[in-house]
Design a binder for this molecule. Sequence first.
Ligand SMILES: *[C@@H]1O[C@H](CO)[C@@H](O)[C@H](O)[C@H]1NC(C)=O
Length: 308
Amino acid sequence: MLLFLNFLLGLIRILAADGGSHWTYEGPHGQDHWPATYPECGGNAQSPIDIQTERVPFDSELPVLKPHGYDQPGTEPLSLHNNGHTVQLSLPPTLYLGGLPRNYVAAQLHLHWGRKGQPGGSEHQVNSEATAAEVGENQSPAYEHILSHLETIRYRGQTTLVPPFDVRGLLPPELGEYYRYNGSLTTPPCYQSVLWTVFHRKAQISMGQLEKLQETLFSTEKDSPSQLLVQNYRAPQPLNHRLVVASFIPEGAFYSTGEMVGLGLGILFGCLFLLLAGYFIARKIRRNRLGEQKNVVFTSSRRATTDE
Ligand SMILES: *[C@@H]1O[C@H](CO)[C@@H](O)[C@H](O)[C@H]1NC(C)=O
């Protein structure tokens, strides 16, 4: 499903992508074919990745990220665009994040999602699990500022203007816990110039909002055979020699969930074994004792039986 809210935290020289060749996620121009036209897509530091938390060390130097200007992005309307690959909101450079090793200003934000009724949709995975934004009971008012305008930009190439709104509301409430690594743009031309921040906590939207995102946009232009814009996420790329660090101690650090379950069962069975062993040893000792007793006080055998 969707969005490990793929905030391209401002980072980078985003050169207008898609100036050149046609690309898609599936088919003859699909992701396996990107490197033929865009060589950097075949590089060794590509994104997204599957974050295996047991291999992620805690880095105590990583600060909490502080959004500046996100709550009031000016008075000018913001441009919302269907580029055939995603819905993209342009952001003014008055927005920036504190807590990054260099100064970056916001440029744009966009979303990735899956297909209605199917799990997944995020680009990054954690312990081989792709997720959507957390889908809850409540509508996210912040996401409504984007979703309520999708009808006017259904077709590729269409743009609309939306009133400025509190962009901070699109981010997860908690920005202190995140993964960090060096990677790339997840679409052609796949430049390996991205310092990635993947938030541990998810943003929450409602199921209705998610479905709206999955059902409204087309990847095709008006007046051509229409194709729904869905499953616009890239598969995880090899980590190669890169390191992923975390600003927090991930659950299951050192042990993955599977290993934890294994370990738990191991301990349980170990304890059970010890208990049974203890029981049988105790029983044996007692039997032996009773045996001795029986020899001594043979007549009290009834009581001994009751005891047992
Ligand atoms: C990312 O790359 C920069 C520059 O090469 C390096 O200083 C930094 O430690 C890297 N960050 C991570 C998390 O690997």
